[in-house]
Design a protein around this ligand. Structure first.
Ligand code: A2P
Length: 273
């Protein structure tokens, strides 16, 4: 990953700063094309999940890309409606057609933040997952998990954008050495039309999507925008050759609607509780 901008995880591995998320990407050709376009354009991080039901397509696209498996950082997530993270990891790697994933996350803290972790650790010990982590965990849930974990979580993947800044949560991750990773950095597309974002994009000669992704990168996160369009996939990756200055960053910070929350989601968005 020499030409990739990376962050170092607690397990010593490097995670690329930019990746492709395939949430809401249809299984089959649509998913295969998106992953193929990402790998052709230099992405080396692909993020899927058991709940997305597109692991097999992700695996096919990786195998036919010609990019060596060891150059790709592959994430999947344990669906916490299932009982056994180890057994589900075995099924995931089979669907993905690979021997291991680089990162295996608890998708959300359904049933509490700690019950699944020993199974996650078993998946790691069995070599099915090089790294293990969490997603949609609040600062309080992260603290509870840290009290019982033998292997600490490497990553907390969270909904994160200038509008969902969650500053206290990002700080809690940083304090624990946990890399925060941003999903929905474009607000699933909703934030692209915001006038403040548009003004900054015009000023720096970039697109609104690039401004939102760059903001998250400058906050120190790994970021996984989703797109099924090759030209957008390429655009979203081209964010390492410009900087947002302090004024632009504070204007974007001011868009926060979470009041710098330590929570991972608003109460009404916690679909599992
Ligand atoms: P599409 O997949 O049709 O390209 P998020 O990453 O926050 O979940 O946002 C994903 C949404 O934003 C998708 O609807 C995606 O549409 C759209 N999107 C992704 N990248 C861009 C871009 N560069 N320009 C415009 N829309 C984009």
């Amino acid at each position: 990953m020499a030409d990739q901008v990376v962050r170092r995880l607690l397990n010593g591995a490097e995670i690329p700063v930019l990746g492709l998320g395939v949430w809401q990407v249809r299984d089959g050709r649509e998913c295969e094309r998106a992953v193929a376009a990402a790998l052709e354009n230099g992405y080396r991080l692909i993020d899927t999940a058991q709940a997305y039901r597109n692991e097999a397509s992700v695996g096919r696209a990786i195998r036919s890309s010609g990019v060596p498996r060891e150059e790709i950082f592959l994430t999947t997530k344990f669906y916490p409606g299932s009982r056994d993270p180890l057994a589900e990891a075995e099924r995931s790697v089979e669907r993905l057609g690979t021997e291991y994933v680089d990162l295996y996350l608890i998708h959300w803290p359904q049933g509490g933040p700690t019950w699944a972790w020993s199974g996650m650790e078993k998946a790691s010990e069995a070599g099915l997952a090089k790294g293990i982590g969490i997603s949609n965990f609040s600062a309080a849930e992260l603290q509870e998990l840290l009290k019982v974990s033998q292997i600490p979580p490497a990553v907390n993947q969270i909904q994160f954008s200038p509008f969902e800044y969650r500053r206290a949560l990002v700080d809690a991750c940083e304090d624990a050495g946990v890399i925060a990773q941003a999903y929905s950095p474009l607000g699933t597309g909703r934030h692209l039309d915001n006038p403040v974002v548009g003004r900054i994009a015009s000023a720096v000669g970039r697109t609104p999507a690039q401004v939102l992704i760059r903001w998250a990168v400058q906050k120190g996160l790994s970021v996984i925008p989703k797109s099924t369009h090759p030209e957008r996939i390429q655009e979203n990756f081209a964010v390492t050759d410009f900087q947002l200055d302090a004024d632009a960053i504070s204007a974007l910070d001011a868009l926060d609607t979470t009041n710098q929350t330590p929570d991972a989601l608003s109460r009404s968005d916690m679909w599992w509780s």
